[in-house]
Design a protein around this ligand. Structure first.
Ligand code: HEC
Length: 129
């Protein structure tokens, strides 16, 4: 029994995808920044937490709200609901880039690997708040 335990734990870890980490590229952050200024800033503010017409998407309250959820949930919400009342306005690629930009403003670092544009694959990634 004891010998089986490490193997079982490894199997569980790999099958639940805990090894998947958040990844997005600097290019996505830059693209997302441009989209944000054009389509999101009017409500969410220049600083992501100083908008008159929307909840903060940076800092304590945002991280409390989305902590324990997946990247897929956040990306889908943004795609379906934003800009408020006008969801799915932009290309999926632009939504993914904007989510990367938002994450970068929540102190998650960009790297070499781009964020996938496949919502299902983002479901396997926990938000690290
Ligand atoms: C017309 C105003 C408006 C615009 C434009 C807008 N939003 Fe929002 N956004 C809101 C409101 C209001 C909420 C809160 C909705 C809710 O809690 O159901 C929200 C919530 C969010 C959330 C979740 C925050 C939370 O509190 O859970 C994200 C992420 C988000 N918006 C991203 C974006 C992005 C990205 C864009 C640009 C593509 C955008 N929004 C454009 C009004 C706006």
């Amino acid at each position: 029994m004891n010998k089986l335990l490490p193997a079982t734990v490894l199997l569980l870890i790999s099958s639940f995808g805990y090894s998947q980490e958040i990844a997005f590229s600097n290019e996505q952050v830059e693209q997302g920044n441009a989209i944000y200024v054009q389509h999101c800033q009017v409500c969410h503010g220049t600083n992501l937490d100083n908008g008159q017409f929307a909840t903060p998407i940076k800092g304590f309250f945002f991280e409390m709200k989305w902590g324990g959820k997946t990247l897929g949930e956040l990306a889908r919400f943004t795609w379906e609901q934003m800009p408020e009342g006008n969801g799915k306005l932009l290309d999926v690629e632009d939504y993914i880039a904007t989510v990367a930009f938002i994450l970068s403003k929540n102190n998650i670092e960009a790297g070499d690997t781009a964020m996938s544009e496949d919502f299902n694959s983002l479901d396997g990634i926990m938000l690290p708040f």
